[in-house]
Structure formats: structure tokens, C-alpha cells
Design a protein. Structure first.
Length: 128
């Protein structure tokens, strides 16, 4: 059963401005997430924009926005096959559990000027 769906679009140029303020990046991104994004060379801004869009989409899928969530508690990680996944902890994990969902699906895309994230939260029924 689908519990929530969220989608968000971020303009890549926002990340260009944010990168001039390392404290801002440290506030919004988990250290591991930031290290991976910063290793992307010319794609740093697109990578950061897609990750930030994922955080916003997660809050929308919860139906609460980002109220009460620490953005560093919502982290984009890569599955061994390269598929992006969301790892949640702290405030985000609490909100996720309260939603009744037990699975998160994430899709990211970006091009030169925009990055988009789609989050679907689902409750899978346990089979006996």
C-alpha cells in the first residue's frame, strides 16, 4: 500500500551559491553524502541539487514537509548496483516509522539546470 508520494525540483544554480558557504552545506547534508557529492568533479552542483531535492521529496511524501526534520538525517546513498536509496536516521527515522511506511523508493534525475527527485513510501504487508 502506498503511504505517500513526494516530488521536488531544485535549480542547480542554487548549489553554486550554497557551495560558497561550507557551514550551510554541513547543515543540510550528512558528511558522507557531502563527500560523495563533492567527489563528482564537474557534476558537484547537480549531485547536490538532486540530493537536496530528495530531502524535500521525502518530507512531502511524509505529508509534513521538513518541519521537525534535521536534513542531515535524510541521506542519499548508493546501492551496490548504483541505484540511489534514502537512508534515514534520527528525526527522519522517527517520522518515517510514525507514517506507517516500511519501504522507501527513490528516483533522481538531473540535467544542466534542474534536478528532480521522486520519493514513494510504501507499507509492505508481512507474509506469513
Amino acid at each position: 500500500m502506498i503511504i505517500g508520494i513526494g516530488v521536488d525540483l531544485v535549480q542547480v544554480h542554487r548549489m553554486e551559491r550554497w557551495r560558497t558557504n561550507p557551514r550551510l552545506l554541513e547543515r543540510f547534508f550528512h558528511p558522507d553524502e557531502l563527500a560523495i557529492a563533492l567527489s563528482k568533479g564537474g557534476g558537484v552542483n547537480q549531485s547536490l541539487a538532486a540530493r537536496f531535492a530528495a530531502k524535500e521529496a521525502f518530507g512531502k511524501a511524509l505529508g509534513i514537509g521538513l518541519v521537525g526534520l534535521a536534513l542531515k538525517d535524510i541521506q542519499v546513498v548508493s546501492h551496490p548496483n548504483g541505484r540511489p536509496e534514502l537512508a534515514v536516521s534520527g528525526t527522519a527515522l522517527r517520522a518515517f516509522k510514525e507514517s506507517g511506511a516500511n519501504r522507501i523508493h527513490l528516483s533522481l534525475t538531473h540535467e544542466r539546470d534542474n534536478a528532480i527527485a521522486l520519493v514513494v513510501m510504501e507499507r509492505l504487508e508481512c507474509e506469513s
